[in-house]
Structure formats: C-alpha cells, structure tokens
Design a binder for this molecule. Structure first.
Ligand SMILES: Cc1ncc(COP(=O)(O)O)c(C=O)c1O
Length: 374
C-alpha cells in the first residue's frame, strides 16, 4: 500500500529532538522555530514530560469515557485556573477540528439555530462543520458546502449587525488568524462581536487552537481585548505533541448525557500530557517568556531590511517579506538549518516553543539578516 499523497514533503527524516533542537537521521542538527506547526509548546522531549508519560504508559495508557479518569478532573481544574476561566466546563477531544466541530454543534443545540458567521481568511480545520466555516473553497468538498455559513470581512465592524441576527447560532473567529497570515483580531472588533452576540443570543466561539495556550503571551489572545467568549477551542500546544484538544464551555451552556461524545478524547495518556504541559507552563513562567522573547524578536525584526511588516503577539509572529517567502524559507532550512512556517506567498511564520531563550532568538535573527541580504 502507498501513502495517500496529500503533503508536499521536505526530504528530511527527523530521529531525535530536545528542547528547540531536532536532529535528522544523518546527525544534522536543526533549530526548530516551527514546533511542528505550533504544537511543541514546552519544548521537545522535556524531561518531566517524558518521565510522566512513561510512568503513565506503564500504568494505564487508555480507557474510554465509560469510567472515571482522574486526569480529566485534574486537567479541568488546572486549565480553568491557569487560563482564568475556573467556572467554565471542559469537553475533551483529539484535535482542533474536532474541538471546533463540537463547539459549533453545542452552539446549535443550545440556541436551536443553524446559521453561523465566520470570517474571511479563517481556518478552522478539515471536518465537516469546521471546513464549512473555513474560508478556502478548495478544501470544501461538495458534501460540506452549506448555505448556513456567512463569511464577513475579518476585523470589519461595519455590517456586523446585518449578519449576526436572531437566526445566528454561532460566530466563530480566531483571536489571531494563523493560516490567514498572523492577523490579530483587533480589540474593537472582538468587543463588537461580543456585543452583537449578546444582543442576538448567538454564541461566540474563539478558535484558540493556534493562538491559545500561552502562545500570544496571555493564555488566550482574546484576553488582550477583555472579552469572555461563550466557548474557546484548543488543541496544538495542549499536549506538546500528544494529540488532545478541548472545548471550554461557559456555565450557561448545559450538558446532558449523550449530547457529545468521543472514544479517544480525554484518555489517560492524553490527560497526562496536557497536565504536564500546564505544570511546565506555570513552573517555567512560559507566558511571561513568550511576551519577553516575542517582544525582543519583534523589535529586532523592525530594523531588518527586506521586511515589510511584522504582525502578531508573543511567540506567534508573522514576518511579511518584500520578496517571495519560498526561497527564503528554503535558505533558512537548507543553509542555516532552521525550521520555519509560512502563510501565503510572502509571510514567514514563527511558531516556536514557548521556552526559547534570547540566544535562540539571536541565532534566528542573525540567519534571517544574512539570508535577506542575499
Ligand atoms: C486556528 C486553527 N483552527 C483549527 C485547526 C485545525 O486543527 P487540527 O489540525 O488539529 O484539526 C488549525 C490547524 O492548523 C488552526 O490553525
């Protein structure tokens, strides 16, 4: 059997990782500033993470949601406290798309409505509901094409009252658009969404899959705007590479047996991963580190020729270049051995571990200066 060929691949095979360093099978060392797409939050193979995961696996790795799993309750308590949402409820999933899918379903169950407002350049995942609210027709299969979704220009307040109405079940928005090129949702825009949802009863979902879990320097990027969503969705950095996602659900949305479900979501190993990640985020002060190192990088980038604009918050940084991003990214990877992300034709995306230090930042800045000088 062949693999279903949907990913263009770099001819690199990684065999080892530690912190922000990864090694290929030939022993070549790379600096990882991409974190496997914003997934590596506390650093690769963190010793505490490895020890706790190994211990959990040797005790019990998996059982389904038909029994009590103490790691789930521990995670709900810890996540509520660390994120600043102690009164919310937690539903555990396996991925970002599944989190969004369940948040959309909950909004629809709760309101009894079908319509959703989403935004231009949004990305919310590949499952049926998530892809329907994703603004990219090329990934929407005919079966997922629905008239229930209205796309409104991102960050545009004008016209919101026409699209968010008493027929709207949910408004779904990223606090910082990732795939859309690191575009930060403005404070007035997020506050206007909250107000229109309050006026109409629509449920506000903040997709925090990429911009959440401390990446922006606050636990959730919308906390810069001082709003409280009805639901937040998470995944990526939550398990530092072990698949786990979640929906944080406001207290007014009621659970009932059978309303949602999953086989794998919230299993023993996944909860252990997520609990260690939150412990390390707290113990190593990673939110403060994301702000400090992110601010340093942004300030330094401002002085580099060939950069048109720097966007983002904390360690979610978009670097818009004057030239095409492909050759720059290739040069960083093949000549300087640095993994980076990208968005669109001109934007480099920096999504490193939240634990990077200034020496790593300087190594990246020096390499970028050298590549852009050509
Ligand atoms: C903002 C956002 N939402 C949802 C997803 C989908 O997450 P997953 O690939 O875990 O399903 C992504 C993935 O890149 C994302 O960036």
């Amino acid at each position: 059997m062949k693999l279903f060929d949907v990913y263009p691949l770099y001819p690199i095979e990684l065999v080892k990782a530690q912190g922000s360093t990864v090694w290929d099978k030939n022993g070549q060392e790379y600096l990882d500033l991409y974190g496997g797409h914003a997934v590596i939050s506390i650093g690769h193979s963190h010793p505490t993470y490895v020890a706790k995961m190994t211990e959990q696996l040797s005790n019990i790795g998996f059982y389904s949601n038909s029994i009590h799993i103490t790691g789930q309750a521990e995670l709900a308590e810890k996540l509520g406290r660390v994120s600043g949402y102690p009164s919310y409820q937690l539903f555990l999933t396996n991925s970002g798309a599944e989190s969004n899918e369940n948040a959309l379903k909950l909004a629809s169950f709760h309101t009894g409505r079908k319509k959703v407002v989403a935004f231009t350049k949004a990305f919310h995942g590949r499952t049926a509901g998530a892809v329907a609210v994703t603004d990219n027709p090329s990934i929407v299969a005919p079966i997922n094409d629905t008239s229930h979704v209205t796309f409104h220009p991102f960050n545009q307040i004008e016209g919101l009252s026409d699209v968010i109405t008493e027929e709207t079940a949910a408004v779904i928005v990223e606090g910082i658009q990732g795939v859309g090129g690191i575009q930060v949702a403005s404070t007035p825009f997020l506050q206007a969404l909250r107000q229109h949802c309050d006026e109409t009863g629509a449920q506000l979902i903040l997709d925090s899959v990429q911009c959440g879990y401390g990446r922006s320097g606050k636990f959730f990027s919308h906390q810069y705007a001082g709003i409280n969503p009805d639901m937040m969705t998470t995944a990526k950095g939550m398990g530092n590479g072990f698949p786990i996602g979640g929906v944080l659900i406001a207290p007014h949305i009621q659970a009932s047996y059978g309303l949602l479900g999953t086989t794998f979501g919230g299993n023993h190993l996944a909860c252990t991963a997520a609990n260690v990640v939150l412990d390390i985020i707290e113990e190593e002060n990673l939110l403060a580190n994301a702000t400090q190192i992110g601010t340093y990088i942004e300030q330094e980038l401002a002085g580099i020729q060939g950069i048109k604009e720097v966007r983002g918050r904390g360690l979610m940084i978009g670097i818009e270049l004057e030239e095409a991003v492909g050759p720059i990214r290739d040069a960083l990877l093949h000549q300087h051995h640095i993994f980076m992300g990208y968005a669109g034709k001109h934007t480099l995306r920096l999504l490193p571990s939240l634990a990077i230090d200034q020496a790593i930042a300087d190594r990246f800045l020096e390499s970028l200066r050298s590549v852009l000088k050509g």
